[in-house]
Design a protein around this ligand. Structure first.
Ligand code: ZN
Length: 325
């Protein structure tokens, strides 16, 4: 929850109150409506399973000719029955996932209650997670080349109501001078395990760096999203030596690029992007941190592959209906 005196956004609030930042979401509302109706035409009825759904430009109802089911076009998606327009729902998520604005700041920009925006974002996020694999597999692209995989040091999302420490690894233990600066309640800590292959980015928050439980699931997810996995490049971490997959190592203490050209620079670049992004949440639970890290990988992939926001609408259509069945 935001404190009464937020660290950022007070001046933005003044501009919203002045009417300077008045959002016009109608063009986005219209684009979302068109896209969802397209989706309905190409899918089966959620009630009877027949591919007989009709849509009209002039009506917000869709109609199944087999069972006469006649819901609104947002049925089953996170756009349904919100206090926000469809455009505001998507915009909230885009500002959350693709900028460094905090959810409190996004609520200011939209001039909506924090809780309204928070719950809309969380619902969109869950549907994006469910819908992404299918929509990604249908998107026109080829994923090729080696898979780079790497693990971060422990990360957390910063301290509630305080600035994040410069380096989380230097925190625990002693209570020497300066420690009091960090007395705010901090979020849980996780290790990030990430894989990069071409435009695909997979990030997961894990409890450790064991091969079977932490590293392999990320490799499997990467393989599922970019069949087949291809050659795997890692650093010299002991856990990777258990890998049976075709696998090359760069030993980091000695060099950043091996004589064969093996490196994991893409993953390190990804970590340098996701870490400041995670800090904007200022104290997440393990679950929240895992969710957020996963989201970042997905949205980074969508951006790198050059997809438009309609990709996200498709994820919400697919992922929303999944949850209701
Ligand atoms: Zn039907």
């Amino acid at each position: 929850m935001p404190s009464s005196d937020p660290a950022f956004g007070r001046m933005l609030r003044q501009l919203v109150d002045l009417g300077v930042l008045k959002l016009e979401t109608e063009p986005l509302d219209a684009a979302i409506e068109r896209r969802l109706k397209q989706f309905w035409k190409s899918t089966t009825c959620p009630q009877c399973g027949n591919p007989t759904i009709r849509t009209w430009k002039s009506s917000d109802r869709i109609h199944c000719r087999s069972c006469q089911f006649k819901p609104v076009y947002t049925y089953g998606t996170p756009f349904h029955e919100k206090h926000l327009s469809t455009g505001e729902v998507l915009l909230s998520f885009m500002l959350y996932a693709d900028t460094l604005l905090s959810i409190s700041q996004i609520a200011v920009v939209l001039d909506r209650a924090y809780k309204t925006v928070f719950y809309a974002i969380k619902e969109v996020e869950a549907a994006v997670h469910r819908g992404f694999p299918l929509v990604w597999s249908q998107f026109q692209h080829t994923i090729s080349g080696p898979t780079q995989i790497d693990e971060s040091g422990k990360v957390c999302s910063g301290f509630k109501g305080q600035d994040p420490p410069r380096d989380s690894r230097h925190r625990g233990g002693s209570s020497r001078s300066g420690r009091t600066r960090w007395k705010g309640r901090h979020g849980d800590q996780l290790t990030l395990v990430a894989a990069c292959r071409d435009a695909l980015r997979v990030i997961r928050g894990r409890l450790g760096i064991a091969y079977d439980t932490d590293l392999e699931p990320v490799m499997e997810e990467t393989a599922d999203l970019s069949q087949p996995l291809g050659e795997v490049w890692t650093d010299g971490l002991q856990a990777y030596r258990r890998m049976e997959h075709d696998h090359k190592i760069v030993i980091h203490d000695e060099t950043y690029v091996s004589s064969e050209g093996i490196h994991i620079n893409q993953v390190e670049c990804l970590f340098s992007l996701v870490k400041p992004w995670l800090r904007k949440f200022r104290g997440l639970s393990k679950h929240g941190l895992e969710q957020a890290a996963h989201t970042f990988g997905i949205v980074r992939s969508v951006n790198l592959v050059g997809a438009s926001f309609e990709f996200l609408v498709d994820c919400l259509a697919v992922g929303g209906l999944h949850s209701s069945t």
